[in-house]
Design a protein around this ligand. Structure first.
Ligand code: SAH
Ligand code: SF4
Length: 415
């Protein structure tokens, strides 16, 4: 099994593909699939339709406690409680709000472990140009075609407590891997944020409507090293009214995960964290490249049956003087030649204890221009929530090293 605490050195990827730990949340109802809810109600000797009511309460009404499920008789709720069941949503224990509207939440799980989830009103621009619905809306918005009352936001979701992948530029890596999140804990972050923001989806709970919610699985952790729980969460989230076309999963390049993902009948959009223009640089900044190199990853991507308008998205974190020079842009163009690719450039966000330089603005501009001129749709991500360390790779770690930076919102801490 998995060792508690930091995992250093070589990681055994087969071991890293831990299965969801039942011990952690055995009694949490949130995250259960329809058949699991049916087994629960049947176990209590209740008729099947009670499972449908439960699912509706959990995923459409987004109840936070069993007492809110008024479609169930008090006696039934009492029996669920007696059996040790609970809704089991992660609890928001700290919040930090950026001047740009971004909100960062520290979410506590039942066993006390915490992860971070980020709410970005108006998205972060990461969807642009990938042929998705979100991208289309961005285009409409840009052309001044903004629909009345239109509102959209992106939620950045974590998939693990920490991460085992050890990318040298990433703060989450410094935490090591503590454990996988369950499907309920992954989807539950979204439910908790939607409740906090009072977002209504369909006829469900909330007041803020109409809303367009996009999800990016780009918070803490590597989703493809927690594959089963991640995919189960995708299905739970669809049940909450968020279509997979509005979800994007980012992977550092877990090859078996990409191959499995390619066979999924229902799948979010995929982004690959390329981050380097050749294997030598990538090995330095992402040691996982020693296991699966760039060529193998690009080959694996080719197995995905992309839709007509769909592009493969490549994330590319610009590290000053390391991977941000014209020769690197030329190498990226050569790598992606002939692919329906899109590139998201991300200006590296500094963090405590990480020894890289931010790229110079003029280098970012030249890199961006060279990719565009080479025919690759390229976008430089708007950095969001920098003042509260909510931007990529800055989650949680800052809180652990410099706790004074984050205000504890007393109202949100339930003891
Ligand atoms: N583990 C997955 C998803 C989470 S990281 C992955 O690596 O793809 C999401 C994105 O943030 C990745 O593209 C990663 O390269 C980027 N990232 C990590 N640390 C960063 C930092 N300090 N500044 C900017 N981007 C960062
Ligand atoms: Fe893990 Fe992604 Fe950070 Fe790499 S960039 S350490 S894969 S979270």
């Amino acid at each position: 099994m998995w060792e508690e605490g930091r995992v250093s050195g070589r990681v055994d990827w087969e071991v890293a593909m831990m299965t969801e730990s039942n011990a952690v949340r055995a009694k949490a109802l949130f995250g259960m699939a329809a058949e699991e809810l049916r087994a629960v109600v049947e176990g209590l000797g209740l008729p099947k339709y009670r499972a449908v009511q439960l699912a509706d309460a959990l995923y459409k009404q987004r109840v936070e406690g069993l007492e809110e499920i008024t479609t169930l008789p008090v006696e039934v709720r009492g029996r669920l409680v007696a059996e040790g069941y609970e809704v089991g949503l992660p609890e928001i224990v700290q919040t930090a709000k950026s001047v740009d509207g971004t909100e960062r939440y520290l979410m506590r799980m039942a066993d006390g472990e915490t992860v971070e989830t980020v709410w970005m009103p108006d998205g972060d621009g990461g969807e642009r140009g990938d042929g998705s619905e979100a991208a289309e809306e961005d285009r409409e918005q840009d052309s001044g075609n903004r629909e009345q009352g239109y509102k959209r936001a992106t939620i950045c979701v974590s998939s693990q407590v920490g991460c085992a992948v050890n990318c040298q530029f990433c703060l989450t890596a410094k935490l090591g891997i503590r454990r996988n999140l369950t499907a309920g804990e992954i989807a539950g972050q979204v439910a908790a944020v939607l409740n906090r923001q009072q977002v209504r989806i369909g006829s469900g709970k909330g007041v803020e409507t109409p809303s367009r919610i996009n999800l990016v699985f780009m918070g803490m952790g590597e989703p493809f090293l927690n594959y089963d729980a991640f995919m189960k969460a995708v299905h739970v989230l669809r049940g909450m009214g968020i279509p997979e076309s509005r979800m994007t999963v980012s992977t550092s390049g877990i090859l078996p995960g990409i191959l499995q993902f390619a066979t999924e009948p229902v799948r979010p959009k995929l982004a690959l964290s390329l981050n380097a223009s050749n294997d030598a640089i990538r090995r330095e900044i992402m040691p996982i490249t020693k296991k699966w190199d760039i060529a193998a990853l690009l080959e694996a991507l080719r197995t995905i049956p992309f839709g007509k308008r769909e592009h493969v998205t490549f994330e590319y974190v610009l590290l000053g003087g390391v991977n941000d020079q014209p020769e690197h842009a030329r190498e990226v163009l050569a790598l992606l030649a002939g692919m329906k690719a899109k590139v998201n450039l991300i200006v590296w966000n500094p963090g405590p204890g990480i020894d890289f330089q931010q790229p110079k603005p003029e280098d970012v501009a030249v890199f961006h221009r060279m990719l565009i001129d080479g025919g690759i749709p390229t976008f430089t991500r708007r950095p969001r929530g920098r003042d509260i360390f909510a931007a990529c790779g800055q989650l949680k770690r800052t809180l652990e090293t410099e706790p004074g930076l984050v205000e504890i919102s007393a109202a949100s801490v339930r003891l």
